[in-house]
Design a protein around this ligand. Sequence first.
Ligand code: HEM
Length: 151
Amino acid sequence: MFIKEVMFHIHLIMAISWIGGSVFMFVLGITLRDKKAQQEVYPHIGPIFGWFEVVALVALLISGFYLGGYYNLFEVLMHPNGSKISDAITKKAILVAILTVATILHFVIAYKTNGKERTKLENFFSRGSSMLIFFLNLFVMHYAIVLRDIL
Ligand code: HEM
């Protein structure tokens, strides 16, 4: 019970950090339009933000897997039964899987191209994945709340 409470607190703090970080970067992306300012700001905050988000996501996944195990949700995930909880965990798991792949893609491009000119394709995948991560987060939050309401 104590470990579960600790894991849940970690899960919540990391969810706040992860989503808060992505909302802040979204606002920065919209408001910081000046090319010169971007070239000065991004090379510095990019790597710090990147590692901050990686740590938050890894901690979210570890604590999430623990909580999923605690509530026997993987059993439900493997054998969906049409209940509200089965629906919520299935949707949350699918969204988190897509989110994780999009984050890896975004991180790899950002890491390879930080401080350099990007190709059109790199720009497309980098911007596309960050938009996707931002919007998926809102839905993950929704299903997390639905799940917690039932548990
Ligand atoms: C990007 C990844 C994730 C985010 C942003 C996230 C977010 C959240 C949030 C905000 C809550 C609290 C909801 C509330 O208090 O109303 C929560 C609860 C929960 N999450 Fe996640 N989560 C993530 C990944 C996962 C994963 C991978 C699993 C496991 C498959 C998981 C399992 C759970 C469970 C079981 C709860 C309820 C815990 C309880 O009521 O004690 N989460 N999540």
